[in-house]
Design a protein. Structure first.
Length: 492
């Protein structure tokens, strides 16, 4: 019999088939690209829990790998507050509860600790259903749960000096909300247990066949082996309804889409590019856009660090601190110069902004990829460091998003319906590649820098780590310069 944990249950609610695959065929289950990101989430959860425990007196820590029998022993001895007690039902449903408190009438109060700043009730992750799961397992073990609360971060909290747990955290009573959901969730838990213990399921397709790409998980290709290379799922912003219509006509490849099938203009361009096996380029539009840019052109990219628990005075939970910048500046005569800055400590980037301002001045156009991110960081920096407000406002008012060109005016079937720089660059400038770098994406940069400046036992060589971080950010802006060159050559 397979065990069902709360994490499994969340996965089941998102997709039964993917959980079945994980439980029954772990060898073929794809690990996915998000493991570093998930690791960070787990670390954050532990950190928040450390502060949540400070809200209670004399709690008993249950060792991480202790069995449900160990928990029972502690309860039988009269334990009042337990951290991480575990419980299991006869059907193999297993719960580890963040904090459990015995009330005066010998009933129990469950506290679930979350690193978010609100209670999530979306389809992907529903904190209320998580709590129902915990209550169910405890109830099945013969305990009466009279109260359930969620402890989450306070969005308004701003760190000043030592962190005070009851200012950092909010405790929200959700007992009444659970009443409405509870019996339905218990049915879902039973269905999940039954499903993962099925000996076979249909492995030749899964329900996401009728869903858009953003809903697919890493198991999509396992369940759908007949998906062609340039498939209808790659069409930018295609709706599930359209996918359904195409599937019903067995038109799974873009090349099979009939000419009269209704799609928006960008989608039609993509289809045309696939059918003709060549890029579709709107030269007049690109020329108009590029003519608006004023030299010098500053190709700019930030790297940022965000943590659930703020590490710096002035910051709130999950705020992004800009710790690194790379700028390639191109003048009208074709001269290219480079500026870079990487913070060595967890501190406000005052020196970095000053050096940046000295390098670029307030002139020309700033160019980034997916510019809303850089603009958002500049807005945060204006709030924290108002002495740079004029400079950062200039940047925000003179920023051009290079990605927009690849969203509508330069469509190449080899981008597979994406305008991410990681998809565009290998096609247009294959000699510039991220694949040789030790730090090769933003999550890795964040994690590497955070560990380097915060972990007293950091084992790597700091100089090498600095070099790796600088190389990654530098490549991001160099890539933009190269893509800008491609566009200039295209329109001339
Ligand atoms: S692609 Fe969708 S339906 Fe298929 S296994 Fe993944 S989440 Fe489930």
């Amino acid at each position: 019999m397979h065990q069902l944990t709360k994490t499994d249950f969340i996965q089941y609610l998102n997709c039964p088939e993917s959980l079945w695959l994980l439980k029954n065929k772990p060898n073929v289950y794809p690990n996915g690209e998000f493991s570093l990101f998930l690791e960070k989430l787990i670390k954050e959860g532990y950190e928040v829990e450390k502060y949540a425990k400070q809200l209670f007196a004399n709690g008993i820590n249950i060792p991480e790998n202790a069995s449900p029998e160990f928990t029972k022993g502690i309860i039988d001895k009269g334990g009042i507050v337990l951290y991480q007690p575990s419980f299991s039902t006869s059907k193999g449903v297993f719960a580890r509860i963040d904090i459990l408190e015995r009330l005066a009438d010998n009933t129990w109060h469950i506290y679930e600790v979350k690193s978010s700043t609100s209670i999530k009730t979306d389809n992907k992750h529903n904190h209320l259903k998580d709590a129902c799961f915990q209550k169910h397992v405890l109830t099945e073990n013969g305990y009466t749960v009279s109260k359930v609360s969620i402890i989450h971060l306070n969005k308004e909290y701003i760190k000043q000096g030592n962190i005070i747990a009851n200012e950092l955290l909010e405790v929200v009573d959700i007992t009444d909300k659970l009443e409405v959901l509870y019996s339905n969730v218990v049915n879902q838990i039973n269905a999940a247990s039954n499903f993962i213990n099925k000996e076979t399921i249909n492995e030749t397709e899964c329900s996401c066949k009728y869903n858009t790409r953003s809903n697919h998980c890493d198991s999509f290709n396992y369940f759908n082996t007949t998906i062609p290379k340039y498939s209808i799922y790659e069409i930018g912003n295609i709706r599930a309804k359209k996918i359904g219509q195409l599937l019903d006509n067995e038109q799974l490849a873009i090349i099979d889409i009939p000419l009269d099938f209704e799609l928006n203009i960008n989608q039609q361009t993509q289809v045309q590019s696939v059918k003709q096996e060549q890029p579709i380029i709107n030269i007049p539009n690109i020329r108009t856009e590029l003519n608006k840019l004023k030299f010098p052109l500053h190709f700019i990219d930030y790297e940022t660090y965000a943590s659930a628990i703020p590490k710096l005075d002035g910051l709130s939970p999950h705020k992004h601190l800009t710790f690194q910048v790379s700028i390639h500046t191109l003048t009208e005569d074709g001269t290219l110069t480079h500026f870079e800055y990487l913070l060595d400590d967890m501190k406000m980037p005052i020196d970095m902004l000053q050096a940046m301002q000295d390098f670029t001045g307030s002139n020309g156009t700033f160019i980034s990829w997916h510019a809303s991110f850089e603009i958002g960081r500049n807005k945060d920096l204006i709030e924290w460091l108002p002495q740079f407000a004029d400079y950062l406002t200039y940047i925000n008012e003179h920023t051009f998003d290079l990605e927009t060109i690849f969203k509508k005016d330069y469509i190449d079937y080899r981008f597979h319906g994406s305008s991410s720089i990681k998809k565009v660059l290998p096609v247009l400038v294959p000699e510039v590649t991220y694949s040789d770098l030790d730090v090769s994406n933003g999550t890795m940069a964040l994690d590497t820098w955070g560990t380097m400046v915060l972990d007293k036992d950091f084992k790597e060589d700091k100089e090498t780590t600095r070099k790796n971080l600088l190389e990654y950010c530098k490549l991001d802006t160099l890539a933009m310069v190269k893509l800008y060159d491609v566009l200039i050559q295209t329109i001339n």
